[in-house]
Design a protein around this ligand. Structure first.
Ligand code: NDP
Ligand code: 2IT
Length: 447
């Protein structure tokens, strides 16, 4: 088998075994596509079938989650946890509660997480989990009963040194609290088994803000490369959840104006800037839809459909909602409107066509596995604080987060240079993330 064919051979195997999981295939194709020059340089990876091992999760757990709704009716959802790779540490990654969740989504997220966690420089393996449970419209009691049932099964598989879940779409502080309570009750252990915990029971300052802040810190490094900054720039932020809100906050702090935000129903646009207090009240406190925003801000305009946001002229775009929310056409519109930088706050929000268009047009592009690594990095800092039984100040933690993001940018940029595609942070992040994991796997022998 020739060296250049090794990647194609593995891709064929992955397609054959996971043909009905398009998101997982997309993620694997992107990473392996970047690795061709590395594989050519390192015959030991092919000799040890390292890629075949890398694309197969170490463990996949799928379970029934029975729960009772407020009317006493028995309901059932599917729960899952993919423990993908533990070469660098305990499995680490979020839980997603959304009706679209199935094994292919969790595998794509778990696969991305391996390289993302590697890029943080902290010792964390890759994992992901979740359920097709839809928290929208459910009462707090229903969410609690679901979380308790979900944890009743999950508890036997996780632990502070084994597998440490956190939040993702549909899982925030409320859900983490319910799951932590149930874990503690079942195991009689008060330990750092989840991150994103409340500050009163072992959470870390900055974890709530971390993904959004980190994305802006990363994007700021991309802008510096062009001799630019956030100051005075017009920014689009898609989504209005955890990542989007704190991306808005940090971009605004650095002098930018965020003119649009969205949810799965549509987007609001206001040339004078989107008021973050109103968004936080609507989304974090009241859990309402974003169209409610215009009631308080009549100058803002609501448009149905969440993809239209990308046709608004901007300097910087931060997709912070969900996978494949920004396609080739949307990228073409952003390029036409002279957008200079795109950083992915969400996981895989840009389709392969969109990424291709940005890179071909010379738009500075920050891939999610590097640009949104701030969330899991700060989860790693939460684990460190839990192990020490200490907590650090906001400033100290934020400084560490900032340094991790600058470092993730630098290692990605260096790897892109070293392997012949200067400026291509997609290749750079994939290669830099991969090398550390691959070398650890080699050191561990046949695992
Ligand atoms: P939240 O649940 O807090 O918010 C999600 C936002 O995205 C909401 O505005 C939601 O709208 C929108 N959204 C979700 N699904 C869809 C969809 N299918 N179509 C359109 N819009 C959608 O989640 P997060 O902010 O935590 O996560 C956002 C993204 O960031 C995800 O890709 C996640 O994997 C990624 N991420 C999160 C990290 C974290 O620490 N939380 C860390 C790194 C990445 P609606 O309310 O209408 O559903
Ligand atoms: O996609 C992600 O990196 C997350 N949802 C955060 C994971 C974590 O363990 O903090």
């Amino acid at each position: 088998m020739s060296k250049t064919n090794y990647v194609d051979t593995v891709l064929e195997i992955v397609k054959k075994r996971n043909g009905n999981e398009p998101e997982f295939l997309q993620a694997v194709q992107e990473v392996l596509g970047s690795l061709r020059p590395v594989i050519a340089d390192h015959p030991e990876f092919e000799e040890t079938n390292l890629l075949e091992r890398l694309v197969e999760p170490e463990r996949q757990i799928i379970f029934r989650v029975p729960w009772q709704d407020d009317h006493g009716k028995m309901r059932v959802n599917r729960g899952m946890r993919i423990e993908f790779n533990s070469a660098l540490g305990p499995y680490k990654g979020g839980l997603r509660f959304h009706p679209s969740v199935y094994i292919g989504i969790i595998k794509f997220l778990g696969f991305e997480q391996i390289f993302k966690n590697s890029l943080t420089g902290l010792m964390m393996g890759g994992g992901k989990g979740g359920s097709d449970f839809n928290p929208k419209g459910k009462s707090d009691s229903e969410v609690m009963r679901f979380c308790q049932s979900f944890m009743t099964e999950l508890a036997r598989h996780i632990g502070a040194d084994t597998d440490v879940p956190a939040g993702d779409i549909g899982v925030g502080g409320r859900e983490i609290g319910f799951m932590f309570g149930q874990y503690k009750r079942l195991t009689r252990k008060f330990e750092g088994v989840l991150t994103g915990k409340g500050l009163s029971y072992g959470g870390s300052l900055v974890r709530t803000e971390a993904t959004g802040y980190g994305t802006v810190y990363f994007c700021n490094e991309m802008l510096k490369e062009q001799g630019q900054s956030f100051d005075g720039k017009t920014v689009l932020v898609s989504g209005s959840g955890n990542v989007a809100i704190y991306a808005h906050q940090k971009a605004t702090e650095l002098g930018a104006k965020v003119v649009a935000m969205s949810d799965s129903g549509g987007f609001v646009y206001d040339a004078n800037g989107i008021n973050l207090d109103t968004i936080q009240q609507l989304k974090e406190v009241q859990r309402l839809r974003i169209h409610e925003y215009t009631k308080q801000h009549p100058s803002a305009k609501y448009t149905e459909g969440f993809t239209g946001i990308w046709s608004i002229p901007c300097d910087i775009a931060l997709p912070c909602a969900t996978e494949n929310e920004l396609d080739g056409e949307a990228a073409a519109a952003l390029i036409k409107n002279k957008c200079i930088a795109v950083a992915e706050g969400a996981n895989m929000p840009c389709t392969p066509d969109a990424v291709h268009n940005f890179i071909a047009a010379g738009v500075s592009f920050g891939p999610g596995k590097a640009a949104n690594a701030g969330g899991v990095a700060t989860s790693g800092l939460e684990m460190a604080q839990n192990s020490q039984r200490m907590s650090w100040t906001f400033e100290e933690t934020d400084q560490k987060l900032h340094q991790i993001m600058v470092n993730a940018y630098n290692v990605s940029k260096q790897a892109a240079d070293q392997y012949g595609t200067p400026g291509n942070l997609v290749n750079g992040a994939n290669i830099a993330g991969f090398m550390k994991v691959a070398n650890a796997m080699l050191a561990h022998g046949l695992v």
